[in-house]
Structure formats: C-alpha cells, structure tokens
Design a protein around this ligand. Sequence first.
Ligand code: TRP
Length: 458
Amino acid sequence: MKKERSSFTSRLGFVLAAAGSAVGLGNLWRFPYLAAKYGGGTFLLVYIILAITFGFTLMIAEIAIGRNTRLSCIGAYRKLDQRFGFLGWLASLVPVIITPYYCVIGGWVVKYLVEFVTGNGLQAAGDSYFASFTAAQLPGVFNSPVIWFVLYVLLNAVVVLFGVEKGIEKVSRVMMPVLVILSIVIAGYSLTIPGAMDGLKYYLLPRMEDFSIFTVLAAMGQLFYSMSLAMGIMITYGSYMQKDNILEHSVTQIEVFDTGFALLAGLMIIPAMVAFSGGDTALVRESAGAGLMFGVLPKVFESMMFGGVIGTIFFLLVLLAALTSSISLTETIVSILVDKLHIGRKPATVGVLLGVLLLGLLSCLGYGPLSAIQPLGMAFLDFFDFISNSILMPIVAFLTCILVGHVVGPKFIIDEVETSGAFHRKKLFVVMIRWIAPVMLLMILGTEILKFLGVISV
Ligand code: TRP
C-alpha cells in the first residue's frame, strides 16, 4: 500500500526547511559554550574538519536513504535490512530525550525575553542572576524556572495542536535573516569591548596543547546535534525531497548555513566572555557551561547603546529559532506515535506534550530543588544532553555506517545521489563511511565508556 508522499516544491524549499530545523538553540546556545570550554580555536578547527568529512558523509547518506525509500526512519532502516529495523527505533529515541530539555532552555529564553520587555533586562546581567534563576532561588512565582518552562511547552503546544507551524515557519524564515544581521551587529560591538581581541584570538587560533580526544568527542556530539544527524530526522526530510534535487549541493548548503550560524554565535559570545574574565582563558574554560549565552549576552547589551531594545529583539528572534526546532522535534515524535500505534494526531500530541512536561520537569529542577539527584554525577539536563549526544548518537551513527558501508554497500547511496547530478566527493564518501567514520566512532564511544568507569579523566 503506497501513499502519495508530498514533496518540497523547490530545491530552495528543501534547503530552507532543513536548515530551518537545523538552526536552533544548538547553534546559539550549545555551540558557543562548547567552543569556549574545549579550547576555542582548537575546537573550531576540529569542528570544521569534522563537518566537511563526517557531517557531509552522514548527512548525504541519511538524505539519500530517505529519498530512495520514501519512508521515515523506522521503516527506512528496516527496508534497507530487516536486521537493522531496531536502528530506526534507537534513532527515534534521540528526539524523545532531547525535546524535554530543549523546552527547558526554551523557557529560559522566554524568561530573558520577558525581563528585557519589562525593562529588567539589564538587571538580568548581574553575575549570579542566571545561577539563582535556574536554581529556583529567586523569590516570587514568576522567577521560578518551572513557570517559564511550562509556558514554553504551552506555546509549542498551541502551534502543534492548531497546526499553525506553517505560519510560524514563514515568520521565522523572514526573521532568520534579521537574526543574522542583528548577530553581526552584536558580534561587531562585542569585539570593541576592551580585551575582546584576546578573546578573538582564543576563539580563532588553534593551539596544539588544547587538543585532546575530548575535543573531538565534544565537536562530534555538537555536529550531530546541530545538523540533526544520527536521529533519523534527515531521513524523513529526504523522503520528502524531489528526485531532481541535486543532493550534494543541498547538503553543502545546509552545512554552510548551519556552521556559519554557529560561528557567528561564538563570535558574539566568546570574545566578550574572555574580555569579562580579564583575559583569563583558563577561567573561561572552567566556567563555560549551559548558562554561557544567558550570562554573557545581557552583559554585552548592558554596555551597548539601546541595549534594552537590542536585547529584546535578540531574545525574541532566539525564541523563534528555538520554536521552529522544538516544533519539528515534537512533530517527529507525534508522527512516530501516529504511524506505529495507530492513534489519532490529537491524542498523540497531547500525550507527547504531557511526557515532555513530566521529563522536562526533571531537567528544569535539576539545578535547584533536585540537585541532590545526580545521575552519573550530572544535573538532569546535562545528563539527558550527555546520553543523547555522547552515547546514543555515536551508536546510531556507527551502525548507520556499518549498514551503508558494509551491508547494503555505498553504491546504494552513490546511485541515489547520482540520479540527480554529479557526486564530486564520492571517494571521500566511500572511505569515510566504510572505514574512517566507524573506527573513529568506536574510539570515541570507547573513550566515553572509559571516562564513565573512571579509568580516565578529562
Ligand atoms: N539542530 C537543532 C538545533 O541546532 C536541534 C535539533 C536536534 C532538532 N534534533 C532536531 C531540530 C530535530 C529539529 C528536528 O537546535
């Protein structure tokens, strides 16, 4: 039984849709803090190298699988090989883990937006504000992170339940360029802060001594996260792609756009952070964490002319970028439930949202009231981030490489790519998917497990 699958109507349409879902908190919130933590320029170099080798290989494979099978990930893996059906389920688990904590961070964004709208934004630039807020230590109901998390989930719910995501996506498509321009302005201003030049050096110049396997690990996890790889999403996008779309071009465009956005976010935040810490990069590495964007940017706005207004616009745009991503994350889970459990869309959506609320609550309270519970020694949010990015995604990526490289064979992907145009990086693709990528992924997973067991330390 074959249902007619709708397609993206234009080539640009595909790229914009894929890039729109790829660009989100991963670029703005996650990338800068990881780059600051893992050696600035060293991280940047590793990230870019991985993006054009690893990221390219995995993304083109996933999109080609989707376009060939015309199925979303659970069915697609099974169609390629019966024995790999479980891989679709494993990949689908990733959005289930990510979505709840994504909404917690979305809630932080709403809170900062409201602070700026009500003229308190510059107060939020205080040193301990972020820590006190996320630890639920600020007095008053409206200072509880739970309220903002719930509000964000409701916003997300309204969009998904009423099916207005097309509207949101149109708005955000128009607003994205505004976010790029505003980010360039903010980055330009950041660089004028006394001491920022040292920060720029830290961010752009690689230093050998900063390199370790953990840099690679963090960069790879971030790559998967930011480009929505190793979680079945790109397979689904590929299944909607038209046959005449030149695959290699589209992949390159998505990669350039997504990486460019991340680099820009780092440029706004890292030099300013180094400047604020008096040029002490050791301190920067130590203190960089989930709160980086929220801690540094209000300080930048504080010293800017019209900082209150710029902060308001900025957080509004970040909210839009986050919403488009969390909407498609929610949709992914909903469509799996609808397909596999044969339940209606409404009950599935309500179920997913309740699950998000419940699981998200753990992440939301993990820095405060629940901080006594530390799975694997981490706060809940960091724990969920770690399990999905450092464990599940490398496993899914590894098995995908084995499936494509050794079970169905790279020719399957090459043929699909070549139905619509040339495959210039074919050799690179074959070597990567068969040998380099799986070996690296195994090394990385091994390191991760040894770290866990306490055999090695960071
Ligand atoms: N890539 C998105 C970001 O950078 C986050 C994300 C992960 C995502 N998986 C996704 C978005 C699936 C949409 C669909 O923020």
